[in-house]
Ligand binder design. Structure first.
Ligand code: GRF
Length: 218
C-alpha cells in the first residue's frame, strides 16, 4: 500500500461519524490515518471519544475569535501543523469562507444526511417525511463554498417507512452514514477518483449493486 493519507476530522458534537472513521482507520489495510480531531465546540462529546482512541484532539472555539477569517486562520494552521492531506467534516456545524474552502479544494469531504441535492441544510429528515419521498439517505461530497454542495463522491439510500418519525428516519440514515463515510474516504485516500467538471469520476469501472425499491417489489 502506498503511504496512508493523513486526515484531520472536524466535528461539533457527538462524533459518531468520526468514530466510524476512527474504526476504519484502525484496520491495517485502510489507506488513511486520522492525525488530528478539531471541534469548534469545546463541549463536543466527540473530543473525549477521540482522545480515548489515542488521537490528538483539541477545540478551536469560534466564539473566541473576532471574525470568521481569524477562526479559520487558526484552523488552517492547526491542520497544516498536523500535516494533514485530507479533511473530513463530520457533523461540523460551521460554514467556511471561500478562502478556506478553496485552500482545501478537493481535499475536504463532508457528510450530509440526505440524498443531495435534495434537502440541503438543517431538519432534513422532517422535510423528507413532509415531502413524502420514499427513499432518503446520505451523501459524502467535496466541500464547496455553497452549503451542502460540491462534487458527490458516494451516496447511500434507505427507505422512508410509512410510520417513520424524523428520529426513526435519522437513525436509519445514520446507520448508512457510518458505512458510507469510511467507504468514500477509502475511495479518495486510495486515489481511485478524480474530479472532472465538478463531477466525481471513478478511475476504474464499477458494477451497479441491485437497486433499492421502496416500497419493495415483492
Ligand atoms: C450526521 O447526521 C451528519 O450527517 C450531519 O450531522 C450529524 C452528525 O452526527 N452533518 P455525528 O456527530 O457524526 O454523530
Amino acid at each position: 500500500m502506498s503511504q496512508r493519507k493523513r486526515v484531520g476530522v472536524l466535528i461539533s458534537g457527538r462524533g459518531s461519524n468520526m468514530s466510524s472513521l476512527i474504526n476504519a482507520c484502525n484496520k491495517p489495510d485502510y489507506p488513511a490515518v486520522i492525525t488530528l480531531v478539531i471541534s469548534n465546540n469545546p463541549d463536543a462529546p466527540g473530543l473525549k471519544i477521540a482522545t480515548q482512541a489515542g488521537i490528538a484532539a483539541r477545540s478551536i472555539d469560534h466564539k473566541t475569535y473576532p471574525s470568521r477569517e481569524a477562526f479559520e486562520a487558526d484552523l488552517d494552521t492547526a491542520l497544516k501543523e498536523a500535516e494533514v492531506d485530507l479533511i473530513c467534516n463530520a457533523g461540523f456545524m460551521r460554514l467556511l469562507t471561500n478562502s478556506f474552502v478553496e485552500g482545501w479544494r478537493d481535499k475536504q469531504l463532508n457528510i450530509h444526511p440526505s440524498l443531495l441535492p435534495a434537502f440541503k441544510g438543517l431538519h432534513t429528515h422532517e422535510r423528507a417525511i413532509e415531502a413524502g419521498v420514499k427513499l432518503s439517505g446520505c451523501t459524502v461530497h467535496f466541500v464547496r463554498t455553497e452549503m451542502d454542495a460540491g462534487p458527490i463522491i458516494a451516496q447511500a439510500a434507505v427507505p422512508v417507512l410509512p410510520d417513520d418519525t424524523a428520529d426513526d428516519l435519522a437513525a436509519r440514515v445514520l446507520e448508512a452514514e457510518h458505512k458510507l463515510y469510511p467507504h468514500a474516504l477509502r475511495l479518495v485516500a486510495s486515489d481511485q477518483i478524480q474530479v472532472e467538471g465538478e463531477k466525481v469520476v471513478l478511475k476504474n469501472s464499477w458494477q451497479a449493486a441491485d437497486g433499492l425499491f421502496s416500497p419493495p417489489i415483492v
